[in-house]
Design a protein around this ligand. Structure first.
Ligand code: BTN
Length: 272
């Protein structure tokens, strides 16, 4: 199986404006789609367009891709990088739940290629390594959510060195070229299904089944300097939080904004 070396990307399968516009036709998310070969971040680019539900910016490469908790998102050619806009958000409880909806949608789409799970709150992982990351940003007006921007990065044909123990790509795992245009369309379709068609109950049930953390030991690492907490992930709730039964028996309700969760990636397992 292809491993640590950088694999050649077959241009035939790369994101391409013409093919994308032929394929992506019937989804709300992606209905107004703008494609770029390279941008700083799709989050920067989407702000330049008139706001509308489902407005989407796709890029084949980002020079300043941003990740959760202020991290950099490596955005080389071969990956899929896109941001889209959701308007008419009901209330603030919806914002964290949207993250769960998007993670489920991507996991459903990637499952057509490989067995994969969700790592709470919004990573899609396979074989103990990350295939996709999702970042949501809310824009407020008079204290209410005006819109939510979702940014998704999917490792399709890009490759990672074996030193980068957390990340992998579909191509590295399957040994096959992935048609990035088709994959993006599958994800957009699943986003429509999970966001517009499924009830919250259905989403949460499916998310919970696909969530790799449930019943597993997790270490909650607070980004504000508080000490790590170790426990077992018990449940994911409608507000997007995770319930952890701590080693001292107490239940902790964890909000994704302030923590990173350890204990799932292959490289972390030796720590336990
Ligand atoms: C994470 O840290 O797991 C979230 C990564 C989100 C990356 C995507 S790529 C498209 C969009 N543009 C960005 O700059 N970031 C998000």
């Amino acid at each position: 199986m292809p491993g640590s070396k950088v694999m050649k990307i077959n241009k035939k399968y790369c994101l391409c404006e013409k093919r994308l516009k032929e394929i992506v036709k019937d989804t709300v998310i992606g209905s107004k789609l703008h494609f770029f070969n390279s941008v700083t971040s799709t989050f920067d680019e989407i702000l330049k367009f008139e706001e509308s539900e489902g407005l989407t910016v796709v890029a084949a490469h980002q020079t300043k891709g941003s990740g959760r908790l202020g991290r950099i998102w490596e955005s080389n050619t071969g990956g899929i990088y896109f941001s889209f806009m959701l308007k008419n958000i009901n209330n603030s409880v919806d914002a964290p739940f949207i993250t769960l909806i998007c993670a489920l949608a991507v996991q459903r789409a990637l499952s057509e290629y490989i067995s994969c799970e969700i790592k709470w709150p919004n990573d899609v992982v396979s074989n103990g390594k990350k295939l996709c990351g999702i970042l949501t940003k809310s824009s407020l007006c008079d204290g209410k959510i005006k819109n939510i921007l979702v940014g998704i990065g999917v490792n399709a044909n890009n490759s990672f060195s074996s030193e980068l123990v957390y990340a992998t790509s579909l191509k590295q795992l399957t040994g096959k070229d992935i048609d990035e245009n088709e994959l993006l369309y599958k994800i957009l379709k699943e986003l429509d299904i999970c966001y517009y068609e499924k009830s919250r109950k259905e989403v949460l049930e499916e998310y919970t089944k696909a969530c790799v953390n449930i019943g597993r030991k997790v270490t909650i690492h607070y980004t504000n300097g508080l000490s790590d907490v170790v426990g077992v992930c018990d449940d994911i709730l409608f507000d997007g939080t995770m319930n952890v039964i701590c080693e001292n028996g107490k239940t902790l309700n964890v909000n994704s904004g302030e923590v990173s969760v350890k204990g799932i990636y292959e490289s972390e397992r030796t720590e336990k």
